[in-house]
Design a protein around this ligand. Sequence first.
Ligand SMILES: [Zn+2]
Length: 324
Amino acid sequence: MRRILIALSSAALFALLVTPQAPQLVDDGFLPENDMKIPVGSKSAKGMSEAQFNKVLDKVEALYGPIIQEKGGVLEINRLWEDSTVNASTQRIGNRYILNMYGGLARHDAITQDGFALVVCHELGHQVGGAPKYAYQWASNEGQADYYASLKCMRKVFSSASTKDFSRMAASDPVAEQACAAAHKSAAQRALCVRNAMAGLSVTGLFASFGNGPAPKLDTPDPKVVASTQDKHPASQCRLDTYFQGSLCPVSASKDVSDDDAALGTCTASQGHSVGLRPRCWYKPPSSESLNIAAKFGAPAADVKASMAKSGAFSQLNNSSVVW
Ligand SMILES: [Zn+2]
């Protein structure tokens, strides 16, 4: 709560005190709660410069200010460069869509501009990322904020020529290159997909530095299958899986998501997708999203299944829909 109060202007604080409703705060932080502090000028400040920090925020603000305005809201990005907190958060107060971006996180040596863009996109994802949402709350849940970040927000950011010189990891991952080449048609889409996946890899590498297990990898997906959708932060590997699948989904960034229907603007088995789906390590798809063979082929499911079971194509399709 202390951080939140600091982030609020005195006017907003007054509004908070006199408003009968408490501010609608959901996100308790991009990273797990931690005591790490990286003040300006400290020896461990090896990440971004203030100019790099502002450049990322300028770009996201320019892209999302109008989008949020269309929804009747006002985007407010608190640029807390002087604050040593290694985290980020978001809140909603009335029509104010507030992002709290701390300099401590930007100064961490594992953070590049591409990685930082992913953090901002995650926070925006809570605001405009659509279903599934936290139960009885305005905000998209953690997994959805991650999925929205790579599925929509990062693609909008990286499509802008002015982000081409953002700092990022030097090497790219062969697993990302191969999967992106298979999932996307154009060279530009493939390159953007790899860049997107690498940003996910860099940020989840940061999670590992908080003692949260080994650094996740693109080819070691979390095998967990949840019985119901999990709203809180998934495990690090699961979060990387979400960023990666969001990068691979071939649905365009211009097709918006929906607050009510998690299938709109996304990849689902029911729409014929076998990659780019929300990982099952946090997401339990409703029955409407499962592969509906009868609807797809216009015949009773059992008949189609029996005839197709003999073909390799079906087993491939079936396996991929089960895994993701
Ligand atoms: Zn979050």
